[in-house]
Design a protein around this ligand. Structure first.
Ligand code: 4NP
Length: 157
């Protein structure tokens, strides 16, 4: 049994690749890498092929996550068939995914922070145009959501 999860934000250079590395770390620690498949993508096309934002990489490296090998890609219609679960970082990302969803697709579409029920926030704020604090804040939210997501998926496996 496998479950495949795609994290989705706007640019795929800040929030969703952060979720990808953090969740991969949690899945590896749980010994579930054969059962949980992970990727990330952006709804926008501006940064296709680029490495994560240096500010995002620096914030992640401070907590021991290496994001240097990741490259941005855009969400495609095929992703609705390839993945079981698509997790949006904010409401705009979710609306864009709903608009793209092909008829008959049975993919599960949710907000990533649905898995962080104790957080006051329902969206992971876009850090791109803000200060350095925003990148650490993304990591805090992503670590909380990743822990909740792992518990939820372990119940399904
Ligand atoms: P992300 O952040 O969606 O978390 O990757 C952004 C990256 C780039 C832009 C916006 C948000 N941008 O406008 O280029």
């Amino acid at each position: 049994m496998t479950i495949s999860v795609l994290f989705v934000c706007l640019g795929n250079i800040c929030r969703s690749p952060t979720a990808e590395v953090v969740f991969r770390d949690r899945v590896r620690a749980a010994g579930l890498e054969q059962h949980i498949l992970i990727d990330s993508a952006g709804t926008g096309d501006w940064h296709i092929g680029r490495a994560p934002d240096p500010r995002t990489q620096d914030a992640a490296a401070e907590r021991g996550y290496d994001m240097s090998s990741l490259r941005a890609r855009q969400v495609t219609v095929d992703d609705f068939a390839r993945f079981d679960v698509l997790l949006a970082m904010d409401d705009a990302n979710l609306a864009d995914l709903v608009a793209m969803q092909p008829p008959g697709s049975s993919v599960i579409l949710k907000r990533f922070l649905d898995y962080a029920p104790h957080s006051d926030l329902r969206e992971v704020p876009d850090p791109y145009y803000g200060g350095e604090d925003g990148f650490a804040a993304v990591l805090n939210l992503v670590e909380e959501g990743a822990d909740g997501l792992l518990v939820s998926l372990q119940e399904r496996l």
